[in-house]
Design a protein around this ligand. Structure first.
Ligand code: AMP
Ligand code: GLY
Length: 417
């Protein structure tokens, strides 16, 4: 099989790495890919948003199966376009991807199908938002409706902050079109975790748990990022939650997809807040979490291609999804300054000098004059498998010392908080 992976981050490198282990996969291609994927696959210039260009590539190169990594092409309808032309694809259709593409749509879906979530109000103008604020206590959560690359959610401590945030989003248009509609939401307390599942719209199979570390600094301080590191299993997950999540969230989610006629064949990443052994949904994402999936896939003990193919052909009930009873840590090496502004083009050294059992995924790197250089905020994901959290932490932090680039920054407390 010739498989195409769409995307260029650590998530796509991890997906390509796992697919490359399958005996059924003969060739890996990526658009645009990255220097890590280029070690075993072929990377092709192109944009993940150029849907026609991707279709043309699939047809000209006789690609058998396409895996879509990021949310933007999913929300633009790449899965629909490829399938309408007879190509197999992993990733939900555009209508289903609206569960991530519009917060208001997603909240309405939850309300309609009795999926527990924070109380909310959709507002379509600044004045409507100001009036609606009266119905909320503080802090209040202000969420831009559209995709905003992680910048669309602001927790507002008081009325002034809420008004300022709403003004920026709704009047000044700080998030391009994403904030012209807003969801105001009750602030939930508790313990946050993510649940990633494979689903073909009929069967839903949860993956092993993983813990992300969203804030940039140690001690969960500083601004939110895309994720500074993960460990799997999640050491803080209360026991006995599997049944609760199935009954309260996964079963109604599948019933909702059916009732609304949503063609959902891919992965759903459910952001949850857990308190007193009850889970409420913060958000749905229609793609793998990055860097959650880097940890999760290293624990997969089944063939990822078989699972993805079964998802795509609505036969997920016929494959077994098995996991290794081991631990994984994934540490993000970032460019100093991220998630604010940072410099690019710094030469990365030591990539080949780490211990043999370290797996490195490239997240924001590029080739320049035959050298690998930094090209993004999150640069590398250093991953290790082991029999305990402590062992995996030791391994990844040892490797983090060996690899170097100007401005290298990473959190020291992955897995501890
Ligand atoms: P979202 O993109 O909706 O997951 O929001 C991004 C982050 O904001 C989440 O990971 C939470 O940390 C936080 N957040 C979102 N909604 C709420 C809420 N209703 N209560 C508390 N925190 C929230
Ligand atoms: N790590 C969080 C995300 O992928 O959205």
């Amino acid at each position: 099989m010739k498989v195409l992976v769409i995307g260029s981050g650590g998530r796509e490198h991890a997906i390509a790495y796992a697919l490359n282990k399958s005996s059924k996969v003969d060739e890996i291609h990526a658009i645009p890919g990255n220097p890590g994927i280029a070690e075993f696959g072929t990377c092709h210039l192109g944009s993940v948003e150029d849907l026609d260009g991707i279709l043309r590539f699939v047809e000209e190169n006789h690609i058998d199966f396409t895996v879509i990594g990021p949310e933007v092409p999913l929300c633009m309808g790449l899965a629909d376009l490829l399938e309408e032309h007879g190509h197999k694809v992993f990733g939900p259709r555009k209508f289903a991807a609206t569960l991530e593409g519009s917060k208001a749509f997603s909240k309405d879906f939850m309300a309609r199908h009795h999926i527990p979530t924070a109380a909310y109000k959709e507002v379509n103008s600044y004045q409507e938002a100001i009036d609606a604020l009266k119905g909320f206590d503080y802090p209040v959560v202000v969420k831009a409706d559209g995709l905003a690359a992680g910048k669309g959610v602001v927790i507002c401590e008081d009325e002034q902050m809420a008004k300022d945030t709403l003004k920026e989003m709704m009047i000044e248009g700080s998030l391009d079109g994403a904030g012209s509609k807003v969801v105001l939401e009750e602030f939930l307390t508790g313990f946050e975790c993510s649940l990633l599942c494979f689903t073909d719209g009929k069967t839903i199979v949860p993956m092993v748990s993983a813990k992300d570390h969203k804030q940039v600094y140690d001690g969960n301080k500083g601004p939110n990022t895309g994720g500074m590191g993960t460990v799997s299993p999640n050491p803080f997950m209360p026991s006995g939650m599997d049944e609760v999540m199935k009954k309260d969230i996964l079963d109604p989610f599948i019933a909702g997809l059916k009732a609304d006629g949503m063609d959902y064949r891919g992965v759903v990443f459910i952001g949850l807040m857990i308190e007193n052994n009850k889970a409420k949904v913060l958000e749905f994402n229609v793609r793998f979490g990055d860097p959650e999936i880097q940890s999760i896939l290293l624990r997969l003990d089944s063939d990822l291609f078989d699972i993805m193919y079964a998802v795509s052909t609505s036969t997920l009930d016929q494959v077994e999804v098995k996991w290794k009873d081991e631990h994984v840590a994934c540490l993000v090496l970032a460019s100093g300054g991220y998630p604010g502004s940072y410099e690019k083009g710094k030469v990365i050294t030591g990539l080949k000098d780490v211990d043999e059992d370290i797996v490195i995924f490239h997240a924001g790197t590029a080739f320049k004059d035959d050298q690998v250089v930094t090209s993004g905020g999150r640069v590398l994901n250093i991953c290790a498998l082991g029999s305990s959290l402590e062992e995996t932490r030791e391994k990844v932090y040892k490797a983090a010392d060996v690899i170097d680039f100007d401005g290298k920054y990473y959190r020291k407390d992955i897995g501890l908080m």
